[in-house]
Design a protein around this ligand. Structure first.
Ligand SMILES: Cc1cc2nc3c(=O)[nH]c(=O)nc-3n(C[C@H](O)[C@H](O)[C@H](O)COP(=O)(O)OP(=O)(O)OC[C@H]3O[C@@H](n4cnc5c(N)ncnc54)[C@H](O)[C@@H]3O)c2cc1C
Length: 458
Protein backbone atom coordinates (compact mmCIF):
# COMPACT_ATOMS: atom_id res chain seq x y z
CA UNK A 1 0.00 0.00 0.00
CA UNK A 2 1.37 3.45 -0.93
CA UNK A 3 1.66 6.44 1.43
CA UNK A 4 -1.82 7.55 2.64
CA UNK A 5 -3.50 10.36 0.73
CA UNK A 6 -4.56 13.43 2.68
CA UNK A 7 -7.66 13.53 0.51
CA UNK A 8 -8.87 10.83 -1.87
CA UNK A 9 -11.67 11.76 -4.29
CA UNK A 10 -13.83 9.04 -5.83
CA UNK A 11 -15.30 9.93 -9.24
CA UNK A 12 -13.76 11.99 -12.02
CA UNK A 13 -16.81 13.85 -13.30
CA UNK A 14 -17.06 17.61 -13.11
CA UNK A 15 -17.73 17.49 -9.32
CA UNK A 16 -14.72 15.33 -8.40
CA UNK A 17 -12.36 17.08 -10.79
CA UNK A 18 -13.48 20.53 -9.53
CA UNK A 19 -12.65 19.43 -5.99
CA UNK A 20 -9.27 18.10 -7.12
CA UNK A 21 -8.51 21.48 -8.66
CA UNK A 22 -9.71 23.62 -5.73
CA UNK A 23 -7.87 21.49 -3.18
CA UNK A 24 -4.53 21.57 -4.95
CA UNK A 25 -4.79 25.21 -5.98
CA UNK A 26 -6.30 26.84 -2.88
CA UNK A 27 -5.27 24.81 0.17
CA UNK A 28 -2.17 23.45 1.82
CA UNK A 29 -3.46 19.88 1.57
CA UNK A 30 -0.42 18.24 -0.02
CA UNK A 31 -1.24 14.73 -1.22
CA UNK A 32 -4.45 14.41 -3.19
CA UNK A 33 -5.74 11.50 -5.27
CA UNK A 34 -8.63 10.88 -7.65
CA UNK A 35 -9.96 7.43 -8.56
CA UNK A 36 -12.15 7.13 -11.64
CA UNK A 37 -13.67 3.88 -12.87
CA UNK A 38 -13.49 4.74 -16.58
CA UNK A 39 -10.39 5.43 -18.69
CA UNK A 40 -10.90 9.23 -18.79
CA UNK A 41 -12.66 11.97 -16.82
CA UNK A 42 -16.36 12.80 -17.30
CA UNK A 43 -17.71 9.73 -19.11
CA UNK A 44 -21.04 9.71 -17.26
CA UNK A 45 -23.37 12.70 -16.59
CA UNK A 46 -20.67 15.30 -17.21
CA UNK A 47 -20.02 13.90 -20.71
CA UNK A 48 -20.76 16.64 -23.26
CA UNK A 49 -23.70 14.74 -24.74
CA UNK A 50 -25.32 13.62 -21.50
CA UNK A 51 -26.52 16.98 -20.15
CA UNK A 52 -27.99 20.19 -21.54
CA UNK A 53 -24.68 22.11 -21.35
CA UNK A 54 -26.48 25.04 -19.72
CA UNK A 55 -24.73 27.33 -17.29
CA UNK A 56 -27.75 27.86 -15.06
CA UNK A 57 -27.73 31.40 -13.68
CA UNK A 58 -31.24 31.30 -12.19
CA UNK A 59 -32.75 34.08 -14.28
CA UNK A 60 -34.57 32.06 -16.95
CA UNK A 61 -35.33 29.04 -14.73
CA UNK A 62 -38.90 29.85 -13.72
CA UNK A 63 -38.95 26.96 -11.24
CA UNK A 64 -36.28 28.68 -9.09
CA UNK A 65 -37.25 31.04 -6.28
CA UNK A 66 -35.28 34.29 -6.04
CA UNK A 67 -33.23 32.80 -3.23
CA UNK A 68 -32.31 29.70 -5.23
CA UNK A 69 -31.70 31.80 -8.34
CA UNK A 70 -29.14 33.96 -6.52
CA UNK A 71 -27.35 30.95 -5.08
CA UNK A 72 -27.08 29.38 -8.53
CA UNK A 73 -25.93 32.73 -9.94
CA UNK A 74 -22.97 32.73 -7.53
CA UNK A 75 -22.08 29.15 -8.51
CA UNK A 76 -22.36 29.91 -12.24
CA UNK A 77 -20.11 32.95 -11.90
CA UNK A 78 -17.40 30.75 -10.34
CA UNK A 79 -17.44 28.48 -13.39
CA UNK A 80 -17.44 31.49 -15.70
CA UNK A 81 -14.52 33.10 -13.84
CA UNK A 82 -12.52 29.86 -14.04
CA UNK A 83 -13.30 29.06 -17.68
CA UNK A 84 -12.72 32.56 -19.05
CA UNK A 85 -9.26 32.64 -17.46
CA UNK A 86 -8.12 29.46 -19.25
CA UNK A 87 -6.07 29.48 -22.45
CA UNK A 88 -8.53 27.02 -24.03
CA UNK A 89 -11.57 29.15 -23.16
CA UNK A 90 -13.04 28.53 -26.64
CA UNK A 91 -13.46 24.82 -25.85
CA UNK A 92 -14.93 25.37 -22.41
CA UNK A 93 -17.53 28.11 -22.34
CA UNK A 94 -19.80 29.66 -25.00
CA UNK A 95 -21.92 32.75 -25.53
CA UNK A 96 -25.39 32.29 -26.99
CA UNK A 97 -28.52 34.37 -26.57
CA UNK A 98 -30.86 32.82 -24.01
CA UNK A 99 -34.50 33.30 -23.14
CA UNK A 100 -37.44 31.79 -21.36
CA UNK A 101 -40.50 32.07 -23.58
CA UNK A 102 -43.98 32.81 -22.28
CA UNK A 103 -46.89 31.84 -24.56
CA UNK A 104 -50.44 33.01 -23.78
CA UNK A 105 -51.62 35.59 -21.28
CA UNK A 106 -51.00 33.56 -18.09
CA UNK A 107 -47.36 32.83 -18.90
CA UNK A 108 -46.83 36.36 -20.20
CA UNK A 109 -48.13 37.80 -16.90
CA UNK A 110 -45.89 35.41 -14.94
CA UNK A 111 -42.80 36.48 -16.84
CA UNK A 112 -43.54 40.19 -16.46
CA UNK A 113 -43.91 39.69 -12.73
CA UNK A 114 -40.72 37.61 -12.56
CA UNK A 115 -38.82 40.30 -14.39
CA UNK A 116 -39.74 42.86 -11.70
CA UNK A 117 -38.37 40.53 -9.02
CA UNK A 118 -35.17 39.54 -10.81
CA UNK A 119 -34.16 42.68 -12.69
CA UNK A 120 -32.36 44.34 -9.71
CA UNK A 121 -30.09 41.28 -9.40
CA UNK A 122 -29.53 40.50 -13.09
CA UNK A 123 -28.24 43.61 -14.91
CA UNK A 124 -28.17 41.88 -18.33
CA UNK A 125 -31.68 40.49 -18.11
CA UNK A 126 -34.20 42.07 -20.48
CA UNK A 127 -37.92 41.84 -20.99
CA UNK A 128 -38.14 40.77 -24.63
CA UNK A 129 -41.30 41.72 -26.51
CA UNK A 130 -42.49 39.91 -29.65
CA UNK A 131 -40.42 42.16 -31.94
CA UNK A 132 -37.25 41.51 -29.88
CA UNK A 133 -37.91 37.78 -29.98
CA UNK A 134 -38.37 38.02 -33.76
CA UNK A 135 -34.96 39.67 -34.06
CA UNK A 136 -33.13 37.14 -31.87
CA UNK A 137 -35.10 33.97 -32.70
CA UNK A 138 -37.21 34.46 -35.85
CA UNK A 139 -38.36 30.83 -35.86
CA UNK A 140 -39.98 31.37 -32.45
CA UNK A 141 -41.86 34.53 -33.36
CA UNK A 142 -43.34 33.54 -36.72
CA UNK A 143 -45.77 30.93 -37.97
CA UNK A 144 -46.20 30.46 -41.74
CA UNK A 145 -44.31 33.69 -42.31
CA UNK A 146 -46.61 35.81 -40.08
CA UNK A 147 -46.25 36.80 -36.43
CA UNK A 148 -47.73 33.95 -34.40
CA UNK A 149 -51.25 34.50 -33.15
CA UNK A 150 -50.70 33.89 -29.41
CA UNK A 151 -49.34 36.62 -27.18
CA UNK A 152 -45.60 36.00 -26.52
CA UNK A 153 -42.90 37.64 -24.43
CA UNK A 154 -39.60 36.37 -23.09
CA UNK A 155 -37.04 37.07 -20.41
CA UNK A 156 -33.50 36.81 -21.61
CA UNK A 157 -30.13 38.21 -22.48
CA UNK A 158 -27.97 38.33 -25.58
CA UNK A 159 -24.35 38.72 -24.55
CA UNK A 160 -23.65 36.33 -21.72
CA UNK A 161 -21.88 33.01 -21.27
CA UNK A 162 -24.71 30.49 -21.32
CA UNK A 163 -23.23 27.12 -22.31
CA UNK A 164 -20.38 24.99 -20.99
CA UNK A 165 -18.79 21.79 -22.21
CA UNK A 166 -18.65 20.20 -18.76
CA UNK A 167 -16.61 17.28 -20.08
CA UNK A 168 -13.89 19.64 -21.34
CA UNK A 169 -14.16 21.56 -18.08
CA UNK A 170 -13.50 18.35 -16.09
CA UNK A 171 -10.40 17.61 -18.15
CA UNK A 172 -9.23 21.18 -17.67
CA UNK A 173 -9.62 20.90 -13.87
CA UNK A 174 -7.57 17.69 -13.81
CA UNK A 175 -4.86 19.16 -16.05
CA UNK A 176 -4.60 22.36 -14.03
CA UNK A 177 -4.50 20.45 -10.72
CA UNK A 178 -1.62 18.35 -11.97
CA UNK A 179 0.31 21.52 -12.81
CA UNK A 180 0.19 23.10 -9.35
CA UNK A 181 3.80 23.16 -8.11
CA UNK A 182 4.73 21.49 -4.84
CA UNK A 183 1.67 19.24 -4.74
CA UNK A 184 1.49 15.48 -5.05
CA UNK A 185 -1.51 14.79 -7.29
CA UNK A 186 -2.30 11.22 -8.37
CA UNK A 187 -5.08 10.53 -10.84
CA UNK A 188 -5.86 6.86 -11.42
CA UNK A 189 -8.25 5.72 -14.16
CA UNK A 190 -9.89 2.31 -14.54
CA UNK A 191 -10.23 2.09 -10.76
CA UNK A 192 -13.77 1.23 -9.72
CA UNK A 193 -14.14 1.71 -6.01
CA UNK A 194 -15.92 -1.28 -4.51
CA UNK A 195 -15.84 -0.45 -0.87
CA UNK A 196 -14.72 2.18 1.61
CA UNK A 197 -14.11 1.35 5.23
CA UNK A 198 -12.69 3.05 8.26
CA UNK A 199 -9.56 1.54 9.82
CA UNK A 200 -8.40 3.47 12.88
CA UNK A 201 -7.54 7.02 11.83
CA UNK A 202 -7.55 6.17 8.12
CA UNK A 203 -10.00 5.17 5.41
CA UNK A 204 -9.25 2.16 3.23
CA UNK A 205 -10.60 2.49 -0.30
CA UNK A 206 -10.73 -0.80 -2.21
CA UNK A 207 -10.81 -1.25 -5.98
CA UNK A 208 -10.57 -4.52 -7.94
CA UNK A 209 -6.79 -4.54 -7.95
CA UNK A 210 -5.62 -2.10 -5.28
CA UNK A 211 -6.21 -0.73 -1.82
CA UNK A 212 -5.63 2.94 -1.06
CA UNK A 213 -5.34 4.60 2.33
CA UNK A 214 -6.55 8.13 2.94
CA UNK A 215 -7.02 10.51 5.84
CA UNK A 216 -10.21 11.81 4.25
CA UNK A 217 -12.46 10.82 1.35
CA UNK A 218 -14.98 12.70 -0.79
CA UNK A 219 -17.21 10.60 -3.04
CA UNK A 220 -18.47 12.35 -6.19
CA UNK A 221 -19.77 9.28 -8.00
CA UNK A 222 -23.27 10.46 -8.98
CA UNK A 223 -25.93 7.89 -8.01
CA UNK A 224 -23.16 5.51 -6.98
CA UNK A 225 -22.22 7.87 -4.15
CA UNK A 226 -25.35 6.76 -2.33
CA UNK A 227 -24.45 3.11 -2.84
CA UNK A 228 -20.99 3.65 -1.34
CA UNK A 229 -22.59 5.65 1.51
CA UNK A 230 -25.07 2.87 2.27
CA UNK A 231 -22.21 0.33 2.28
CA UNK A 232 -20.56 2.43 5.00
CA UNK A 233 -23.77 2.59 7.01
CA UNK A 234 -24.48 6.22 6.07
CA UNK A 235 -27.45 7.90 4.39
CA UNK A 236 -29.99 5.14 4.88
CA UNK A 237 -32.69 7.80 5.12
CA UNK A 238 -32.22 8.39 1.38
CA UNK A 239 -33.38 6.37 -1.59
CA UNK A 240 -32.85 7.35 -5.21
CA UNK A 241 -35.16 7.88 -8.17
CA UNK A 242 -33.09 7.86 -11.39
CA UNK A 243 -34.69 10.15 -13.99
CA UNK A 244 -33.24 9.75 -17.48
CA UNK A 245 -33.35 12.55 -20.03
CA UNK A 246 -33.56 11.95 -23.77
CA UNK A 247 -32.99 14.48 -26.56
CA UNK A 248 -33.97 15.08 -30.18
CA UNK A 249 -32.09 16.81 -32.98
CA UNK A 250 -33.53 19.03 -35.70
CA UNK A 251 -31.74 21.13 -38.32
CA UNK A 252 -30.63 24.43 -36.80
CA UNK A 253 -33.71 26.56 -36.19
CA UNK A 254 -32.57 28.43 -33.08
CA UNK A 255 -29.64 30.77 -32.53
CA UNK A 256 -29.50 30.33 -28.78
CA UNK A 257 -31.13 28.71 -25.78
CA UNK A 258 -34.92 28.91 -25.62
CA UNK A 259 -36.51 27.58 -22.44
CA UNK A 260 -40.23 27.46 -21.67
CA UNK A 261 -42.13 28.39 -18.53
CA UNK A 262 -42.19 25.62 -15.96
CA UNK A 263 -45.43 24.03 -14.80
CA UNK A 264 -45.16 24.49 -11.02
CA UNK A 265 -46.75 21.13 -10.35
CA UNK A 266 -44.12 19.27 -12.38
CA UNK A 267 -40.82 18.51 -10.69
CA UNK A 268 -38.75 18.49 -13.89
CA UNK A 269 -37.97 21.42 -16.11
CA UNK A 270 -39.99 21.89 -19.27
CA UNK A 271 -38.17 21.08 -22.51
CA UNK A 272 -35.99 23.60 -24.26
CA UNK A 273 -34.16 23.91 -27.56
CA UNK A 274 -30.57 25.10 -28.01
CA UNK A 275 -27.32 24.65 -29.92
CA UNK A 276 -25.19 21.63 -29.00
CA UNK A 277 -21.65 22.93 -28.53
CA UNK A 278 -20.26 19.78 -30.15
CA UNK A 279 -22.77 19.38 -33.00
CA UNK A 280 -22.73 22.43 -35.25
CA UNK A 281 -25.66 23.00 -37.60
CA UNK A 282 -28.25 21.33 -35.38
CA UNK A 283 -30.65 22.35 -32.65
CA UNK A 284 -30.92 19.95 -29.71
CA UNK A 285 -34.26 19.53 -27.94
CA UNK A 286 -35.10 18.05 -24.56
CA UNK A 287 -34.58 16.64 -22.07
CA UNK A 288 -37.50 14.33 -21.42
CA UNK A 289 -37.84 12.82 -17.95
CA UNK A 290 -38.19 9.05 -17.76
CA UNK A 291 -37.82 7.06 -14.55
CA UNK A 292 -35.41 4.18 -15.26
CA UNK A 293 -34.08 1.50 -12.88
CA UNK A 294 -30.37 2.19 -13.57
CA UNK A 295 -27.75 4.51 -12.08
CA UNK A 296 -26.05 5.10 -15.43
CA UNK A 297 -27.82 5.57 -18.75
CA UNK A 298 -27.25 2.83 -21.33
CA UNK A 299 -25.48 0.71 -18.72
CA UNK A 300 -27.89 -2.00 -17.59
CA UNK A 301 -25.23 -3.47 -15.33
CA UNK A 302 -25.95 -0.58 -12.97
CA UNK A 303 -29.48 -1.92 -12.45
CA UNK A 304 -28.27 -4.11 -9.58
CA UNK A 305 -26.61 -1.06 -7.98
CA UNK A 306 -29.90 0.81 -8.34
CA UNK A 307 -31.82 -2.02 -6.65
CA UNK A 308 -29.37 -1.90 -3.73
CA UNK A 309 -29.83 1.83 -3.15
CA UNK A 310 -33.53 2.05 -3.99
CA UNK A 311 -34.42 -0.05 -0.91
CA UNK A 312 -38.10 -0.07 -1.68
CA UNK A 313 -40.15 0.15 1.50
CA UNK A 314 -43.29 1.81 2.86
CA UNK A 315 -41.71 5.28 2.97
CA UNK A 316 -40.45 5.10 -0.63
CA UNK A 317 -43.86 3.82 -1.73
CA UNK A 318 -45.50 6.79 0.04
CA UNK A 319 -43.34 9.30 -1.82
CA UNK A 320 -44.04 7.63 -5.18
CA UNK A 321 -47.77 7.47 -4.46
CA UNK A 322 -47.78 11.15 -3.44
CA UNK A 323 -46.21 11.96 -6.83
CA UNK A 324 -48.67 9.80 -8.74
CA UNK A 325 -51.63 11.35 -6.95
CA UNK A 326 -50.98 14.68 -8.73
CA UNK A 327 -52.72 14.36 -12.14
CA UNK A 328 -50.16 16.61 -13.91
CA UNK A 329 -47.26 14.46 -12.67
CA UNK A 330 -49.07 11.19 -13.46
CA UNK A 331 -49.82 12.30 -17.02
CA UNK A 332 -46.33 13.66 -17.46
CA UNK A 333 -44.73 10.37 -16.33
CA UNK A 334 -46.98 8.43 -18.69
CA UNK A 335 -46.17 10.77 -21.56
CA UNK A 336 -42.47 10.31 -20.87
CA UNK A 337 -42.83 6.53 -21.23
CA UNK A 338 -44.43 7.13 -24.63
CA UNK A 339 -41.50 9.38 -25.54
CA UNK A 340 -39.37 6.21 -25.60
CA UNK A 341 -41.62 4.38 -28.10
CA UNK A 342 -40.04 4.59 -31.58
CA UNK A 343 -42.17 6.51 -34.17
CA UNK A 344 -44.74 7.64 -31.60
CA UNK A 345 -42.11 9.59 -29.70
CA UNK A 346 -41.34 11.87 -32.62
CA UNK A 347 -45.00 12.78 -33.05
CA UNK A 348 -45.46 13.47 -29.34
CA UNK A 349 -42.26 15.42 -29.03
CA UNK A 350 -43.13 17.52 -32.07
CA UNK A 351 -46.28 18.71 -30.27
CA UNK A 352 -44.20 19.98 -27.33
CA UNK A 353 -41.46 21.49 -29.46
CA UNK A 354 -43.99 23.43 -31.55
CA UNK A 355 -44.69 25.56 -28.51
CA UNK A 356 -41.23 27.01 -29.19
CA UNK A 357 -41.01 26.75 -32.99
CA UNK A 358 -44.56 26.63 -34.42
CA UNK A 359 -43.42 25.70 -37.95
CA UNK A 360 -41.42 22.64 -36.91
CA UNK A 361 -42.08 19.61 -39.15
CA UNK A 362 -42.16 15.93 -38.21
CA UNK A 363 -39.57 14.97 -40.80
CA UNK A 364 -37.08 17.33 -39.15
CA UNK A 365 -37.30 15.69 -35.71
CA UNK A 366 -34.85 12.86 -35.01
CA UNK A 367 -34.35 11.00 -31.76
CA UNK A 368 -30.79 11.53 -30.47
CA UNK A 369 -29.47 8.03 -29.80
CA UNK A 370 -27.10 7.59 -26.86
CA UNK A 371 -27.53 11.20 -25.81
CA UNK A 372 -28.69 12.10 -22.28
CA UNK A 373 -27.78 10.90 -18.81
CA UNK A 374 -29.65 10.03 -15.62
CA UNK A 375 -30.47 12.52 -12.85
CA UNK A 376 -30.10 10.77 -9.49
CA UNK A 377 -32.97 12.49 -7.64
CA UNK A 378 -32.92 11.65 -3.96
CA UNK A 379 -35.94 10.56 -1.97
CA UNK A 380 -35.86 11.89 1.57
CA UNK A 381 -37.68 9.04 3.27
CA UNK A 382 -38.49 10.48 6.72
CA UNK A 383 -39.77 13.73 5.18
CA UNK A 384 -41.63 11.96 2.33
CA UNK A 385 -40.07 14.26 -0.22
CA UNK A 386 -38.43 14.04 -3.63
CA UNK A 387 -35.40 16.36 -3.47
CA UNK A 388 -34.84 18.45 -6.58
CA UNK A 389 -31.29 19.85 -6.31
CA UNK A 390 -27.96 18.39 -5.28
CA UNK A 391 -27.65 16.56 -1.98
CA UNK A 392 -24.74 15.91 0.29
CA UNK A 393 -24.11 13.53 3.18
CA UNK A 394 -21.34 15.02 5.28
CA UNK A 395 -20.63 12.57 8.06
CA UNK A 396 -18.43 15.12 9.85
CA UNK A 397 -15.92 12.28 10.26
CA UNK A 398 -13.76 12.88 7.21
CA UNK A 399 -15.96 11.34 4.53
CA UNK A 400 -18.50 13.17 2.35
CA UNK A 401 -20.86 11.79 -0.31
CA UNK A 402 -22.27 13.99 -3.11
CA UNK A 403 -25.31 13.24 -5.26
CA UNK A 404 -25.63 15.71 -8.09
CA UNK A 405 -28.67 16.02 -10.33
CA UNK A 406 -29.18 19.27 -12.27
CA UNK A 407 -27.88 21.95 -11.84
CA UNK A 408 -24.98 19.98 -10.35
CA UNK A 409 -22.56 20.74 -13.17
CA UNK A 410 -23.12 24.49 -12.86
CA UNK A 411 -22.58 24.17 -9.09
CA UNK A 412 -19.40 22.06 -9.37
CA UNK A 413 -16.97 24.69 -8.04
CA UNK A 414 -19.27 25.99 -5.34
CA UNK A 415 -20.02 22.45 -4.19
CA UNK A 416 -16.28 21.72 -4.22
CA UNK A 417 -15.69 24.84 -2.11
CA UNK A 418 -18.12 23.55 0.53
CA UNK A 419 -16.33 20.18 0.57
CA UNK A 420 -12.88 21.73 0.61
CA UNK A 421 -13.76 23.82 3.65
CA UNK A 422 -15.23 20.82 5.47
CA UNK A 423 -12.24 18.59 4.70
CA UNK A 424 -9.73 21.36 5.52
CA UNK A 425 -11.41 21.81 8.92
CA UNK A 426 -11.29 18.05 9.50
CA UNK A 427 -7.59 17.79 8.53
CA UNK A 428 -6.73 21.09 10.27
CA UNK A 429 -5.47 22.40 6.94
CA UNK A 430 -5.72 25.96 5.61
CA UNK A 431 -7.73 27.36 2.69
CA UNK A 432 -6.28 30.36 0.85
CA UNK A 433 -9.46 32.47 1.05
CA UNK A 434 -7.90 35.51 -0.49
CA UNK A 435 -6.67 33.74 -3.63
CA UNK A 436 -9.93 31.82 -4.02
CA UNK A 437 -12.01 35.00 -3.73
CA UNK A 438 -9.69 36.91 -6.07
CA UNK A 439 -9.77 34.23 -8.80
CA UNK A 440 -13.28 32.85 -8.59
CA UNK A 441 -15.65 35.23 -6.83
CA UNK A 442 -17.02 38.61 -7.87
CA UNK A 443 -16.01 41.60 -5.78
CA UNK A 444 -19.57 42.13 -4.60
CA UNK A 445 -20.24 38.44 -4.06
CA UNK A 446 -20.41 37.14 -0.49
CA UNK A 447 -17.42 34.92 0.04
CA UNK A 448 -16.87 33.92 3.63
CA UNK A 449 -17.50 30.28 4.54
CA UNK A 450 -20.52 31.50 6.50
CA UNK A 451 -22.01 32.82 3.24
CA UNK A 452 -21.92 29.51 1.42
CA UNK A 453 -25.34 28.38 0.32
CA UNK A 454 -27.07 26.58 3.16
CA UNK A 455 -28.64 24.12 0.73
CA UNK A 456 -25.21 22.55 0.25
CA UNK A 457 -24.38 22.23 3.91
CA UNK A 458 -26.68 19.49 5.10
C1 LIG B 1 -30.45 15.03 -18.90
C2 LIG B 1 -29.60 15.88 -18.00
C3 LIG B 1 -29.45 17.24 -18.26
C4 LIG B 1 -28.66 18.04 -17.43
N1 LIG B 1 -28.47 19.33 -17.76
C5 LIG B 1 -27.68 20.11 -16.99
C6 LIG B 1 -27.41 21.45 -17.35
O1 LIG B 1 -27.83 21.92 -18.39
N2 LIG B 1 -26.66 22.19 -16.51
C7 LIG B 1 -26.16 21.69 -15.34
O2 LIG B 1 -25.52 22.43 -14.60
N3 LIG B 1 -26.37 20.40 -14.99
C8 LIG B 1 -27.10 19.60 -15.80
N4 LIG B 1 -27.29 18.30 -15.48
C9 LIG B 1 -26.67 17.77 -14.27
C10 LIG B 1 -25.19 17.49 -14.50
O3 LIG B 1 -24.99 16.74 -15.67
C11 LIG B 1 -24.64 16.75 -13.29
O4 LIG B 1 -25.04 17.44 -12.12
C12 LIG B 1 -23.14 16.69 -13.29
O5 LIG B 1 -22.63 16.23 -14.52
C13 LIG B 1 -22.72 15.76 -12.17
O6 LIG B 1 -21.33 15.67 -12.16
P1 LIG B 1 -20.68 14.62 -11.19
O7 LIG B 1 -19.22 14.72 -11.36
O8 LIG B 1 -21.22 14.78 -9.82
O9 LIG B 1 -21.25 13.21 -11.68
P2 LIG B 1 -20.84 12.40 -12.99
O10 LIG B 1 -20.52 13.29 -14.12
O11 LIG B 1 -21.89 11.38 -13.21
O12 LIG B 1 -19.49 11.73 -12.57
C14 LIG B 1 -19.45 10.68 -11.62
C15 LIG B 1 -18.14 9.98 -11.86
O13 LIG B 1 -17.98 8.99 -10.86
C16 LIG B 1 -17.46 7.83 -11.49
N5 LIG B 1 -17.79 6.69 -10.64
C17 LIG B 1 -19.01 6.20 -10.34
N6 LIG B 1 -18.89 5.16 -9.50
C18 LIG B 1 -17.57 4.99 -9.26
C19 LIG B 1 -16.83 4.07 -8.48
N7 LIG B 1 -17.42 3.11 -7.78
N8 LIG B 1 -15.47 4.18 -8.47
C20 LIG B 1 -14.85 5.17 -9.19
N9 LIG B 1 -15.51 6.05 -9.95
C21 LIG B 1 -16.86 5.97 -9.99
C22 LIG B 1 -18.15 7.78 -12.84
O14 LIG B 1 -17.49 6.98 -13.76
C23 LIG B 1 -18.14 9.25 -13.21
O15 LIG B 1 -16.98 9.61 -13.91
C24 LIG B 1 -28.04 17.47 -16.30
C25 LIG B 1 -28.17 16.10 -16.05
C26 LIG B 1 -28.90 15.30 -16.91
C27 LIG B 1 -28.97 13.84 -16.66
Amino acid sequence: MSKPFDLLIVGGGVSGSALLYLTTRYSDIGHVGLLEKYAAPARVNSLHSNNSQTLHCGDIETNYSLDKALKVQRAARMVERYATAQPDIDHLIFKYPKMVLGVGCDEVARLRERFETLAPHYPHLKMLEARDIARIEPAVAYRDGRPRAEEIVALGSEDEYTAVNFEALSRSFVRQAQRVPGKQVEVRYNQRVRHIKRQGELFVVETADACFQARSVVVCAGGHSLKLAHDMGEGHHYSVLPVAGSYYFTPQVLNGKVYTVQNDRLPFAAIHGDPDVMVPGKTRWGPTALVLPVLERYNWETMKDFLRVFRFDRQVADVLLDLLRVPDIRNYMFKNFLFEVPLLRRVLFLRDARKIVPDMRLRDVNFAHHVGGVRPQLIDKPNRQLLMGEAKIDTGKGVIFNMTPSPGATCCLENAEVDLRAIAAYLEATVDDEALARDLLDQDSPHGPEDLPARLIQ
